[in-house]
Write a protein that binds this ligand. Structure first.
Ligand SMILES: Nc1nc2c(c(=O)[nH]1)N[C@H]1C(S)=C(S)[C@@H](COP(=O)(O)OP(=O)(O)OC[C@H]3O[C@@H](n4cnc5c(=O)[nH]c(N)nc54)[C@H](O)[C@@H]3O)O[C@H]1N2
Ligand SMILES: Nc1nc2c(c(=O)[nH]1)N[C@H]1C(S)=C(S)[C@@H](COP(=O)(O)OP(=O)(O)OC[C@H]3O[C@@H](n4cnc5c(=O)[nH]c(N)nc54)[C@H](O)[C@@H]3O)O[C@H]1N2
Ligand code: SF4
Ligand SMILES: [Mo]
Length: 690
């Protein structure tokens, strides 16, 4: 195609596949580029991502709630003044902590940094958190506890290429990151792909024909499974005793804690045959092995402990901190990694610094030109912000940047009620998401190919996002919006809207921090040289972490023993939730892409033939799924690929097809992660197809 082209990365997930956006002046086209994560591959979402830019659904002017209750077009001046006035009034009358800010792992590093600075230095609130709390927060808490640092993959993805065995726990990369499969081929060819999932997911099916092992455990029994595997490792003398001695603390307690988890007991609890458990442990011990976790094991009220059990198994085998083996979590969102580093977590300042650390507070306050004691303290995690919306103990105003919690938050009907209760809701988005539809002010912002910025991929590698075309007139960049709002709320603090300068500020703010970016600037990142953090000034970055020592002061990995909570009394089937290939998250973007919507237009519930028969449900029937939280509607898809006791529903759909109408907002005390992946439900047939 003649015309211009820009080399950039996919707007969606954490794999950050490289692509080229070509324009002949009227049409836009996407082609894949070669890059270590995607090796020239793209999934359907990547291929169709250009449609997001030209979608007729795009917001192109600010919207403000009118006297008649409808959203109506407004000038930027009017919309920004309204927000400024409301924030000033609420802060003066109710206190800054009555204003909440809800960020996202979809934002560039620059926006994440600016959003945290906006909340804490312009508004002065501690009430900031983000959707990553619903994503890999449990793994972040567990890896920080075990290794002293949270980088999802502490090694380049390409290291997987040489593995003999790869264990995927609650991860369905064949659907959620298709080009990732290129890195599993050797393990598959040597029979070493091990997938733990209550469904015969697309990824689990890759273990067929001698390519590996599918552990089809009951939902939410992963801790028992992992304790059982660790038991076998010790019982069969497969543990790396020398490694445990020299590189960890707590190994003796670990050995004791798994003593009673013999395989037959684990089989009884999980449904996984003892012989499969033994095969798995032997395989993992027998070569270059990796253990990777996904949302299936992380999104539980004991998610941190579940990941800890996976890390403990990896440590018993001596995998982490060595070339050619390891543990990692597969970060999901485009900037899910950077999103948890630069200061939108309720307990962190930029660089993954603790907000309770006086030296960190001094450093950041100095960078922002405020007194350290003016920096708010620790806030509350996302689910707690959402649980108390519009109530005395919560926030009365909320600003949302890059999330759609009316669909994606746990116990969504309560969130929708909360959003309605708020005195003031402002949403920055490029579409009128289901959350934006509740807003008092909606600000249209530019999107991926209209902005410069950086993203930190699932490998901890910093890459450039490139501007290929101007945003539609009427649309503004989020950095500009934050600068303008800050000027109306606290003009004393300087806010820039130039991404390169914001990155320079972020780099300075991160000097000496765990996530140190201080050796990076836009010119270093110009030619896609590999740049893995920590990247202190004068270094060339850190592709592999922990090779010499872990990040705790004593240099060792800290083993914490965990216990398996007893399974809740069973009443009806267990609902699990997750993803389809076609849709991204709340679906706010992909439901607006013609091809993707046509291919997956509605919520289907995967249900086993025997369970379907028991409830008189046939393929294509409308069913209702209910529990104490609410009810949702789905179309039955009868398939032997789920366990008999389990129903699977994706969470991408709106209105009464939102599966989060029946999920609980109970959270993991250690990470704030909600229980997205198991809920007791009843099902009934609403209508038939015949
Ligand atoms: N197409 C698509 N791709 C995406 C996304 C998307 O929305 N759509 N989102 C991106 C993001 S942000 C994320 S976080 C990643 C998520 O990527 P994944 O973690 O791969 O996605 P999920 O489908 O949420 O969950 C994975 C699997 O966990 C299984 N599971 C459910 N409950 C349990 C359990 O109790 N134990 C075990 N062992 N397994 C269980 C489910 O059956 C499912 O197959 O995907 C990223 N990529
Ligand atoms: N039941 C169930 N619920 C889940 C999950 C599950 O597995 N099961 N998974 C959870 C996980 S892992 C995640 S990550 C969350 C994700 O769920 P959400 O946080 O809702 O994520 P998105 O749907 O990506 O929402 C992003 C919104 O922000 C907009 N947006 C995208 N980029 C930008 C930007 O740069 N700036 C601004 N201002 N807006 C932008 C999009 O148009 C969209 O409206 O869902 C969680 N919810
Ligand atoms: S796998 Fe992720 S990054 Fe790659 S094309 Fe698909 S959505 Fe985009
Ligand atoms: Mo996620």
């Amino acid at each position: 195609m003649a015309g211009s082209h820009t080399d950039t990365h996919c707007p969606y997930c954490g794999l950050q596949c490289a692509l080229r956006l070509e324009s002949d002046g009227t049409e836009l086209a996407v082609t894949p580029r070669d890059f270590p994560t995607n090796r020239g591959g793209l999934c359907r979402k990547g291929w169709t991502s250009a449609e997001l830019l030209t979608s007729p659904h795009r917001l192109t002017e600010p919207l403000v709630r009118q006297a008649d209750g409808a959203l109506g077009a407004a000038s930027w001046e009017e919309a920004l003044d309204t927000v400024g006035r409301q924030f000033r009034t609420i802060r003066a009358e109710q206190g800054a902590d009555r204003i909440g800010v809800f960020g996202s792992g979809g934002l560039t590093n620059e926006k994440v940094y600016q959003l945290g600075k906006f909340a804490r230095a312009a508004v002065g609130t501690s009430r900031i958190d983000y959707n990553g709390r619903f994503c890999m927060a449990a793994a972040a808490a567990a890896t920080t506890r075990a290794f002293g640092l949270d980088r999802g993959l502490p090694f380049p993805l390409e290291d997987l290429d040489n593995a003999d065995s790869i264990m995927l726990l609650g991860s369905n990369v064949a659907t959620t990151m298709p080009p990732f499969l290129k890195h599993l081929r050797r393990a598959q060819a040597s029979g070493g792909l091990i997938v733990c999932d209550p469904r015969r997911s697309a990824t689990a099916q890759l273990t067929d024909e001698g390519n590996g092992i599918h552990l089809q455990s009951a939902p939410h029994t992963d801790i028992a499974l992992l304790l059982g595997l660790t038991h076998i490792v010790f019982a069969e003398k497969l543990a790396d005793v020398e490694y445990l001695e020299s590189r960890t603390t707590g190994a003796a307690a670990l050995r004791r804690s798994v003593a009673a988890w013999w395989p037959e007991r684990v089989q009884h609890l999980t449904g996984v045959p003892a012989s499969q458990l033994r095969d798995t442990a032997r395989r993992l011990a027998g070569g270059r092995s990796y253990i990777l976790t996904g949302r299936g094991v992380e999104q539980h009220t004991d998610g941190t402990d579940t990941v800890t059990a996976a890390i403990n198994l990896a440590l018993a085998l001596g995998l982490p901190g060595r070339t050619g083996s390891g543990y990692g979590t597969i970060t999901g969102q485009g900037n899910g990694q950077g999103g948890r580093e630069h200061g939108q977590k309720c307990d962190q300042l930029p660089g993954c610094r603790s907000i309770d650390d006086p030296a960190a507070r001094r450093h950041i306050a100095g960078e922002w030109g405020i007194e350290p004691d003016k920096l708010p303290g620790k806030g509350v995690p996302a689910a707690e912000i959402l649980r108390h919306l519009g109530r005395a103990e919560g926030v009365s105003a909320l600003m949302v940047n890059g999330s759609n919690p009316a669909i994606s938050g746990p116990n969504a009907s309560a969130i929708r009620d909360g959003l309605k209760r708020l005195d003031f809701l402002i949403v920055c988005d490029f579409f009128l998401s289901e959350t934006a539809a509740f807003a008092d002010v909606v600000l249209p912002v530019s999107q991926w190919a209209e902005e410069e910025g950086t993203m930190t991929s699932l490998e901890g590698r910093i890459i450039r996002r490139r501007r290929a075309r101007p945003a539609p007139s009427g649309v503004r960049s989020e950095l500009w919006v934050l600068r303008e709002l800050a000027a109306r709320i606290n003009p004393a603090v300087h806010f820039d809207d130039d991404p390169e300068r914001v990155f320079a500020e972020l780099s300075r703010a991160s000097v000496g921090a765990p996530a140190d970016y201080s050796g990076l600037d836009y010119s270093v990142l110009e030619h896609e040289e590999p740049a893995y953090w920590p990247y202190p000034a004068g270094s060339t970055g850190t592709p592999r972490l922990f090779l010499d020592s872990f990040s705790h002061a004593d240099g060792r990995a800290h083993i914490r023993t965990v216990v398996a909570s007893p399974p809740p009394p069973s009443s009806g089937p267990l609902l699990i939730t997750g993803r389809l290939l076609e849709h991204y998250q709340s679906g706010a973007q992909t439901r607006r892409v013609t091809e993707l919507l046509a291919s997956a237009p509605e919520a289907q519930a995967e249900i086993h033939p025997e369970l379907a028969e028991k409830h008189g449900v046939a393929e294509g029937d409308q069913i209702v799924i209910t529990n104490e939280h609410g009810r949702m509607r789905a179309t039955a898809h009868v398939t032997p690929n789920v366990r008999i006791d389990t129903i699977f529903v994706p969470f991408h759909f709106p209105s009464d097809q939102s599966v989060n109408l029946v999920t609980s907002d109970a959270t993991d005390p250690l990470s704030g992660m909600p229980e997205f992946k198991s809920a007791h439900v009843s099902i009934s047939r609403l209508s038939g197809t015949q």
